[in-house]
Design a protein around this ligand. Structure first.
Ligand SMILES: Nc1ncnc2c1ncn2[C@@H]1O[C@H](COP(=O)(O)OP(=O)(O)OP(=O)(O)O)[C@@H](O)[C@H]1O
Ligand SMILES: [Mg+2]
Length: 227
């Protein structure tokens, strides 16, 4: 699925250069689940942006199914992203003036899917995260856990190959956190997704079969046979 070779990402900050990623090598197989942890500013979100075709590395290769994302132009990156990759963020990122159903439908617009089918697929995705009764609710009328479920439905409605989650439980209390983790785990299995998740939560990290730690732009990966 993914093959990263010597990936670096540098940002200019004033006169200084920040080495957000510094020689990252990483292989992620089809259907794998990888958890990423590490101190703040270590480069976790930057790595997800590379994996998610949101941005290109300064140097190195980010190969997804044989295509080096580092070499694609903006238009082709957008296409790879909208067809293959679902994102879930800490802050849900829903559009406040759209209903749950309309928020989920937005993921299908770039794929040229017709209105009627968009509606059906969005309703189905919301049912699969347990929100079949809330199609017409606005984000402001839902709890944090429910809003994150809408965001998960939006990420998965297009049936992507990859699900990337950046601290998806960071804004939730413990009860909701477990609920969202259960939903993500179930959908990972059901959809045969490759699932990559950043978390600060050590209880989630402890259970991860494969755990990457990123510090100062450098990555180490540990297999956890017991998990
Ligand atoms: N667009 C940007 N411009 C300049 N510097 C950036 C930019 N994005 C990230 N950085 C810097 O790159 C480094 C890595 O940032 P990144 O957001 O990847 O860290 P993180 O591990 O996700 O941290 P957190 O746990 O706080 O979310 C940081 O020093 C950050 O300040
Ligand atoms: Mg981050």
């Amino acid at each position: 699925m993914y093959e990263l070779r010597n990936v670096t990402k540098r940002y200019a900050r004033g006169k200084d250069t920040v080495h957000a990623l510094d020689g990252v090598d990483l292989t992620i197989g089809d259907g794998d689940r990888l958890v990423i942890q590490g101190p703040t500013g270590g480069g976790k979100s930057t790595l997800l942006q590379m994996l998610g075709a949101l941005d290109r590395p300064t140097s190195g290769e980010v190969v997804l199914d044989g295509i080096d994302l580092a070499k694609l132009n903006e238009a082709r990156l957008t296409r790879v992203r909208s067809e293959n990759i679902g994102f879930v963020f800490q802050s849900f990122n829903l559009i406040p003036t759209l209903t749950a159903q309309e928020n989920v439908e937005t993921a299908l617009v770039p794929l040229g899917i017709k209105t009627k089918e968009r509606r059906e697929l969005a309703a189905e995705a919301l049912h699969s995260v347990g929100l079949g009764e809330r199609l017409a609710h606005l984000p402001g009328e839902m709890s944090g856990g429910q809003q994150q479920r809408v965001a998960i439905a939006r990420a998965l409605v297009k049936k992507p190959k990859v699900l990337l989650a950046d601290e998806p439980t960071g804004n939730l209390d413990e009860g909701m956190r477990d609920e969202i983790m259960d939903v993500l785990e179930r959908l990972w299995k059901e959809h045969g997704l490759t699932f990559i998740m950043v978390t600060h939560d050590s209880s989630i990290a402890k259970k991860a079969p494969r755990l990457a730690t990123i510090r100062k732009g450098k990555i180490t990966v540990k297999e956890n046979a017991g998990a």
